[in-house]
Write a new protein. Sequence first.
Length: 59
Amino acid sequence: MWPAPEAWQALSEQEREKKRGKATVALYGLGVHSVIDHLGELGTCLADISLRQLKGEKP
């Protein structure tokens, strides 16, 4: 279950980074190829996926 935005903001930066790190590791463990923290990173992520596909990878 995801915390409400207010609960997330109430956490210290250190607590948020710890939770973000755990979530990222869990997602990679499930087989995802890329993880972004916010939509501002989406363009870079999609460009990376496209480049990897051009190299013959199957991300």
